[in-house]
Design a protein around this ligand. Structure first.
Ligand SMILES: Cc1ncc(COP(=O)(O)O)c(C=O)c1O
Length: 409
């Protein structure tokens, strides 16, 4: 059985038998609970004090309501730390990061495109690109500072087509998660960010940077600078090579289906002028107006502060527990949801997951599922987001017991 199929069988078994999830990168019930009050207050604000019938119940402008974009841009500017302001005119609102990535992949590129992707990466995205969109994925190695840009440079040179159609802004794209990476938890170093942007400019390719976990930083007041901030319009060779793909899913609730793409005018306008936007208008207009009320009532900032404390504590508990185990290596986890563990090479984490579900009451993602090349079979991705603290503690203790028993065999 293929590793992903095997993973799904064991995950379903784990779910059905009430195992603890150290797998899902989703907010759990305890962190979702405050959304009830937040959404109640914001909906009342929108539908009572601020109601403008024709604005609220219409399709909404293709780029997203202008006031919502302004409120969001100023919120993000504050969250990112003011140095690199977000410009409301360079934002298009989306129905979440998945839709944002899908929109760009289909409208700017399309079926069959050769694209470049970190190995390992977000376990669903490489499937979406290769299986839904039939793209040809070129994996690029990742180290603790980010993508191997020398290898990327070589691969881009090797795969560049002889002729690039004139109406194509970019012949390919690089898919990356530069801050609090999924699954490794790393953040790109400033040097690697600069090198990556230079490489994209040189080869005339777009970088789709998923900025999904950035605002969940646990040890610093602000997250690392996002990749798009390294693509400075005043540089002599600037060509608008980076887009930032953000979402409310991890900082509020996935049900909200609201996100944003921040990018150069030419990209944003290409998306805004698409027929999919012409037909449907703003991708989640009503949700975006509620988000605007949430921000105007200052309900999101305290919520994020509370999430940072809750997740930061869980991250510390899990890492401190794992650090006591010899012969394993952990990636740094300063933010986001994930802990990436390297086990001794003889251990197959798909076997480990089966054992975990059958005998230890816990489940996670085997490393090979996150790899377009099916590498990393001795790695594991753990998540601290889906279960409350007492279950995380129970789950990590069960996982440690499993590891100790496996390592001692
Ligand atoms: C890198 C990455 N992109 C996208 C998503 C999904 O985001 P959304 O809910 O906004 O579609 C996730 C969630 O797991 C993710 O880790």
């Amino acid at each position: 059985m293929d590793v992903v199929e095997r993973f799904k069988v064991n995950r379903d078994k784990g779910l059905a038998s009430g195992c603890i999830s150290l797998m899902e990168g989703i907010p759990g019930v305890d962190t979702l609970k405050p959304c009830q009050e937040i959404l109640k207050k914001a909906t009342t604000h929108l539908l009572e004090s601020e109601l403008n019938t024709s604005r609220t119940f219409a399709y909404g402008p293709e780029q997203g309501d202008e006031e919502v974009r302004r409120v969001l841009a100023s919120f993000l500017t504050e969250q990112y730390g003011h140095e690199d302001p977000v410009d409301a005119d360079k934002i298009i609102l989306t129905a979440g990061a998945t839709q944002g990535a899908h929109l760009m992949a289909t409208l700017l590129f399309g079926h069959g495109t050769t694209c470049f992707i970190e190995d390992p990466t977000y376990f669903i995205m490489h499937k979406m690109l290769s299986q839904d969109l039939k793209m040809n994925l070129i994996p690029v190695k990742l180290d603790s500072e980010g993508m191997d840009v020398e290898e990327l440079d070589r691969l881009l040179t090797q795969h560049k087509p002889a002729v690039i159609p004139e109406d194509q802004l970019f012949w390919s794209f690089i898919y990356t998660i530069p801050v609090y990476h999924n699954p490794t938890g790393i953040s790109y170093s400033p040097e690697r960010c600069r090198a990556l942007v230079e490489c994209a400019r040189k080869h005339k390719v777009l970088i789709i940077a998923e900025d999904v976990y950035n605002l969940l930083c646990y040890n610093t007041p602000h997250p690392p600078k996002r990749l798009i901030a390294y693509d400075n319009p005043s540089d002599h060779n600037y060509c608008g090579s980076v887009v930032s793909n953000g979402t409310f899913s991890k900082i509020l609730a996935p049900c909200f289906r609201l996100g944003w793409i921040e990018g150069p005018d030419v990209i944003v306008q290409r998306l805004v002028k698409s027929f999919v936007a012409y037909s449907g208008g703003s991708f989640n207009h009503f949700g975006s107006l509620i988000a605007s009320s949430i921000l105007k009532l200052n309900l999101l900032q305290p919520h994020i502060e509370s999430l940072k404390k809750i997740y930061g504590r869980r991250m510390k508990i899990v890492c401190d527990t794992l650090k006591k185990i010899p012969n394993i290596k952990l990636s740094p986890s300063e933010g986001g949801f994930f802990i990436w563990i390297e086990l001794p090479s003889e251990i197959d984490s798909s076997d480990l997951m089966e054992d975990a579900v059958n005998n230890y009451g816990v489940y996670f993602i085997p490393g090979a599922c996150t790899s377009p090349t099916r590498s990393f079979s001795n790695y594991v991705r753990l998540s601290i987001s889906a279960e409350p603290e007492e279950k995380i503690v129970k789950g990590i203790n069960a996982f440690v017991k499993l590891l100790q028993e496996t390592l001692s065999k």
